[in-house]
Design a protein around this ligand. Structure first.
Ligand code: 13P
Length: 262
């Protein structure tokens, strides 16, 4: 069954750009994308700013009807209560977020986020009508010890335990060794893991959900390599870190069809 999945280019700003900077940035990004309107009609674009920017981004996107989606970089597993410093999915929904990144490797390592916590956050996102962008990926040591797919597949299996696939999800395969290193995976490596993740989606959520779910690659994506990833049958877009903070570069990634006749 051949299903057309709309390519998804997502910019994870991480802890960069305050709310004032976010307004100028999104405005300029919208102009850069408008220039490229023709090519970019084929891709969905979203940015993931820090929590404190979301209200500003919401206001700008709504006021100018910008064709840019947005979401948060994390969400609490809880809905409300005594959880100092956490942000409820209900609050994100109120800000018209469509997406939320869950289980980014920086949260797994720097905040010791467990697979069980990632799973609880995926369910929290669904409770509030948000689409989780579930991040999985192996470290260099995992790769050496277990090969390319074992750790990402195990992480996704845990993240999806008891999850209703009809509520929507995006999967992002981000090898930890490729993040911010300038050394991206090869397209063949990304495809191998993306195919294994899709096979798991078939097993857990059924063929229909698996075929309509976007599997992204992330880790040192830039304009020069995006087309090679998107040529792979199971790679449906990119989760972009550093290059998403450079407007011409990010706009060029969105215009991936221009590169090497993708
Ligand atoms: P870089 O694109 O900077 O390697 O970051 C990838 C990433 O972590 C996106 O979530």
């Amino acid at each position: 069954m051949a299903v057309k999945r709309t390519p998804f280019i997502a910019g994870n700003w991480k802890m960069n750009l305050d709310h004032l900077q976010s307004i100028a940035f999104v405005q300029k990004l919208a102009w850069a994308l408008a220039d490229a309107k023709h090519d970019f009609a084929d891709a969905e674009v979203a940015v993931f700013p820090p929590f404190t920017d979301l209200r500003s981004v919401q206001t700008l996107v709504a006021a100018d009807s910008l064709p840019i989606g947005y979401g948060a970089q994390d969400v609490s597993a809880h809905d409300s209560g005594a959880y100092t410093g956490e942000i409820s999915g209900a609050f994100l929904k109120q800000l018209d977020c469509r997406y939320v990144i869950i289980g980014h490797s920086e949260r797994r390592t720097l905040h010791a986020e467990s697979d069980a916590e990632v799973n609880a956050k995926v369910k929290a996102a669904h409770r509030h009508g948000l689409v989780p962008v579930i991040c999985v990926g192996e470290t260099a040591e995992d790769l050496e010890a277990h090969g390319p797919s074992a750790v990402p597949v195990a992480q996704l299996r845990a993240a999806l335990d008891g999850v209703d696939g009809s509520k929507g999800l995006v999967v992002a395969y981000e090898p930890v060794w490729a993040i911010g290193s300038g050394q991206a995976a090869t397209p063949a490596q990304a495809e191998q893991v993306a195919a294994a993740l899709r096979a798991l989606l078939v097993e857990l959520l059924g063929e229909e959900v698996a075929q309509s779910t976007r599997v992204l690659y992330g880790g040192s994506v830039k304009a020069a390599n995006i087309a090679s990833f998107l040529r792979e049958p199971n790679v449906d877009g990119a989760l972009v870190g550093g290059a998403s903070l450079d407007i011409p570069e990010f706009a060029s990634i969105v215009r991936f069809k221009k590169h090497v006749g993708a």
